[in-house]
Design a binder for this molecule. Structure first.
Ligand code: FES
Ligand SMILES: [Fe+2]
Length: 385
């Protein structure tokens, strides 16, 4: 992020904090609760927002060397992501072209070729079909057309993005995504490694998990046992970059900036930044590290969340016992804080089923929620009428 932009964002937060004011951007907005439970709506959202988009699928540090791979389910497609000899990451559907077995069963590893466990067809790491056992049985097989199916894939700011539908999007970020990734790179996100990764399935609609990250009205109350003390009450700003949202949460220490030259202002020193990376990534950026959440919608009331702690590269000798202890404690604290959010989301999901509310009410200072929901609605309308 350019220094000028950091100053602009900090200035706005400093003024709000000093005046104990909220960032009010919208009128109240009413949202029908059906959109969190309706199966048809859910299917349309998955098709429109997730299946035909690049999704955050891995962190670059999971694939340090050529031949390093991870297997993932991106939305509902089994995928291999593998580092190529030229250093680029590629993604393929993890399905054999003979009779459809899963080619690579391991979650991660390093290999020269992927060998199918059913009849041992083998694929190069660039997807090419290399070996067909007893090929005389396949006289009409055109090997050139039977490599692993390639998926659009790109990598930037330490994030590997994959679209689970072949050819649905270009294998390069669009303009807003480029801008937000450049910003993350500029904030130092790139030279880092995954310290820990914790998966959990939450019984809540995927939008409820996003909603909680788009406002700070709940901080003082819901996070009173964890992070509330670090932040002024209900003070945050937001900005949309295409479909992505950057939320700035000033820490109390932002008031110190009033006595500092603007040349010395650094946004990571006095704020937490929350990036909602459409459609499925959330980056929680703090002073010395960040967390990456990868969300996967499973059903109208079920969402998988992979919480990854991404920390500065420890150097060739790896983590010391002391640094490991520090980052582990940090990870557990983040997990505890997010559990507060996602437990509330589960309660809300149950509450919807009770019929107590037919609409939710977003306040004027919850304008990011209003705008985000309006954006989703208009995209669905454009796609399905
Ligand atoms: S299904 Fe993979 S080799 Fe037969
Ligand atoms: Fe929260």
């Amino acid at each position: 992020m350019e220094h000028q932009k950091q100053v602009e964002l900090l200035q706005r937060c400093l003024e709000l904090t000093a005046r104990e004011e909220q960032y009010v951007t919208d009128d109240e907005f009413l949202v029908p609760v059906d959109k969190y439970v309706d199966r048809e709506r859910f299917d349309a959202e998955v098709a429109r927002f997730f299946k035909r988009s690049a999704n955050v699928a891995a962190h670059s540090s999971e694939l340090p060397e050529p031949g390093d791979f991870v297997t993932r389910t991106v939305v509902d497609t089994p995928v291999i992501i593998v580092r190529q000899k030229d250093g680029r990451a590629s993604a393929f559907i993890n399905v054999c072209r003979h009779r459809g077995a899963t080619v690579e069963l391991r979650e991660r590893g390093r290999c020269r070729r992927f060998v199918c466990p059913y009849h041992a067809w083998a694929y190069e790491t660039d997807g090419t079909l290399a070996v067909v056992r007893q090929p005389h049985g396949f006289p009409t097989l055109d090997r050139a057309k039977h490599g692993l199916v390639r998926l659009p894939c790109f990598e930037s700011a330490g994030l590997v993005w994959v679209c689970p539908e072949p050819g649905a999007v270009p294998g390069a970020p669009d303009v807003p995504t480029r801008a937000i990734l450049d910003e993350l790179h500029g904030l130092g996100a790139t030279d880092s490694v995954v310290f820990a990764s914790t998966p959990h399935i939450w019984h809540a609609n995927w939008k409820l998990l996003v909603d909680g990250g788009l406002e700070s009205y709940h901080f003082r109350i819901a996070h009173r046992k964890t992070i509330a003390e670090f932040f002024p009450d209900n003070t945050s700003t937001y900005e949309f970059v295409g479909s992505h949202v950057r939320t700035v949460l000033p820490r109390r220490s932002i008031l110190d900036l009033a006595n500092q030259s603007k040349d010395e202002w650094r946004i990571r020193d006095h704020t937490h930044l929350v990036y909602q990376l459409a459609p499925n990534g959330i980056v929680l950026m703090q002073k010395g590290y960040f967390d990456l959440l990868i969300t996967t919608p499973l059903a109208p009331d079920r969402t998988r969340v992979d919480l990854m702690a991404i920390v500065p590269h420890p150097g060739p000798d790896g983590f010391t016992a002391k640094s490991r202890e520090f980052w582990e404690a940090n990870h557990q604290f983040t997990k505890k804080t997010l559990d507060e959010d996602f437990t509330l989301a589960e309660q809300i999901q149950r509450g919807i089923a009770s019929g107590a509310n037919d609409r939710f009410r977003f306040a004027g200072f919850e304008g990011a929620l209003t705008r985000w929901h309006q954006q989703l609605d208009s995209k669905l309308t454009a796609a399905y009428g």
